[in-house]
Design a protein around this ligand. Structure first.
Ligand code: ME8
Length: 518
């Protein structure tokens, strides 16, 4: 396949607009952003989608509690998610809202396709529902809670619901889903989530209620507007809406559907890995290629919740520690897929140790030495020896390794590989001691500093997806043109730093975080 034909469609969950974004939302979108940026730099045509989930009882209730009209309320809260995308420097290509006309059309079209294929029938729902999870639960999934209430596995309260409802014949999809998982071993990751989903499906599936009649805030069911669509059917459909559905002949749809990856948190894996492929297969639409369910963040050991008052606001975090520092911390601190704990101590430790002391210091000391000892010009490279060339060349292998890790959503391992070269380069500075060579062997000093500057250029190219602003500043300090920052060019022979090029005065990239008295 030529690089021009490689495409990748990556999506975040669309977030409920019942409340402001917090660190968990920022995390999922960050992972998608890093993936999208990495693949664009690697020559892929990428479409990166995020957005907001605006229908359903949960949002309707939040609007009522705020004394607001649901449309105006969702406009306002959705905007906060857009603002977050700007603050966090996400490179999303589209932002979808489920209240948009394009989405209503798409939902109704999908509904009609599923119904025309005989997979939707009218009945009556009598069972448990959790508004907080927007999910139906079987009796045996619930446990007793306080005041004789029943509690969902997520800890959310449930209520008894009885109303006319359309059903999707999910019970008939068990074998087809199991076959699909079998034939597509990469469809659900990580492995633990895959096992969880497979055993859930093996235990048998019940038909799923896909419409509600007791409230109005949603997409009307075609030809029966007393019903509105179940918010999860509505929400999941966003992924094909944004790909141009129902225009399945459009260039957009043909280029990007099926999606390469739906990134989600582990709380919503069942919706994405069970219901969604079943809905799509029932409509004759290809399912996505992969669902990755990452882990859960706690705050200083506690579940993050509004009622505990410990919600971490990404805006405050970025103001306090810096954007690239936060982006780095979230993806480096915890193996992607595992649960993680946010703590101020860990954030400061990571930022100061890895960024200020290691990466930042490497850049600062090398550029300062060049500034002082090489007349602020890229050093001469005539005296490079095999060891120097091998030192630079190791970054070719790191690019390959990082590519593999990012493709598998092992962001922490990609950053580990990067950090190894940073550490090796700092050792190289110490071993070669260029400052002592100035008088004894100036040509050798230039070769050592050239080797380091060229390594830093490559490291900055590789860190762009993770820390776009800091990486750009490093590349600017090396006067690397914007047109030579993608991987194919940056790692090609013509992009190497050119000796004699004038360099600006160096500026520190990653300040040390110092606690200020409150
Ligand atoms: O579920 N740690 O929206 P939502 C890590 N609208 N990630 C977290 C997190 C935490 N503590 N808290 C939230 C919905 N997340 C639906 C999705 S998609 C068709 C519809 C992230 O606003 C994580 O990605 O409740 C989780 O899956 C998502 O936010 C839930 O966002």
């Amino acid at each position: 396949m030529s690089s021009a034909t490689r495409t990748y469609y990556v999506t975040t969950p669309i977030y409920y607009v019942n409340d402001s974004p917090h660190i968990g939302h920022a995390y999922t979108s960050l992972a998608c952003d890093v993936l999208a940026r990495f693949l664009r730099l690697d020559g892929y045509k990428v479409h990166f989608l995020t957005g907001t989930d605006e229908h359903g009882q949960k949002v309707e209730k939040a609007a009522a509690a705020a004394g607001r009209d649901p449309k105006l309320f969702t406009d306002e809260v959705s905007q906060r998610f857009r603002d977050l995308a700007v603050l966090m420097d996400y490179s999303n290509d589209d932002f979808i809202r489920t209240t948009e006309p394009r989405h209503i059309t798409s939902c109704q079209h999908l509904w009609n396709a599923i119904k025309a294929n005989g997979h939707i029938y009218l009945g009556k729902y009598a069972g448990w529902y959790s508004v907080r999870d927007e999910a139906f639960y079987a009796e045996d999934e619930l446990r007793p809670g306080p005041n004789n209430q029943k509690i969902a596995p997520s800890g959310a309260p449930v209520e008894w619901v009885e109303e006319p409802s359309y059903f999707f014949d999910l019970s008939k999809w068990q074998d087809r889903l199991l076959k699909f998982y079998d034939e597509n071993p990469d469809f659900i990751a990580p492995e633990s989530r895959r096992n969880e989903v497979v055993s859930f499906v093996k235990n048998g599936l019940q038909d799923l209620s896909v419409s509600r009649t007791s409230f109005k805030w949603g997409v009307p069911v075609p030809n029966d507007p007393a019903h509105i669509m179940y918010v999860w059917l509505d929400a999941l459909t966003n992924y094909i809406t944004a790909a141009g559905y129902p225009e399945t002949d459009s260039p957009m749809y043909r280029t990007f559907w099926p999606a390469a990856l739906h990134m989600v948190g582990k709380d919503i894996v069942r919706f994405h890995a069970v219901y969604w492929p079943a809905f799509l297969m029932a409509a004759g639409v290809a399912p996505p290629r992969r669902v990755f369910a990452h882990g859960w963040w706690t705050n200083e050991g506690q579940k993050i919740s509004k009622s505990l008052g410990n919600v971490i606001d990404p805006i405050q975090l970025v103001e306090k520690y810096g954007l690239d520092q936060v982006r780095y911390f979230l993806l480096r601190e915890v193996p992607f897929g595992n649960d993680g704990d946010f703590s101020h101590t860990a954030m400061v430790r990571r930022s100061n140790a890895d960024l200020a002391n290691d990466y930042g210091n490497l850049v600062q000391r090398v550029l300062s030495m060049i500034n002082r000892n090489c007349a602020a010009k890229v050093p001469a490279n005539g005296a490079l020896n095999d060891k120097d060339r091998a030192f630079i060349g190791q970054t070719d292998v790191v690019l390959r390794d990082m590519r593999t890790h990012v493709q598998r959503q092992e962001f922490h391992l990609a950053l580990d590989r990067h950090a190894e070269v940073v550490a090796a380069a700092n050792r190289y500075v110490d071993e070669q001691a260029p400052w002592t060579l100035k008088k004894t062997d100036p040509a050798r000093m230039e070769a050592v500093l050239y080797t380091l500057a060229e390594t830093i250029r490559r490291l900055a190219v590789l860190s762009q997806p993770f820390m776009p602003r800091a990486s750009a500043r490093i590349l600017d300090q090396l006067t690397v043109p914007a047109s030579t920052r993608d991987f194919a060019i940056a790692f090609g022979p013509a992009a190497a730093l050119s000796p004699g090029t004038e360099l600006p005065a160096p500026n520190p990239i990653f300040p040390r975080y110092v606690e200020t008295a409150a």
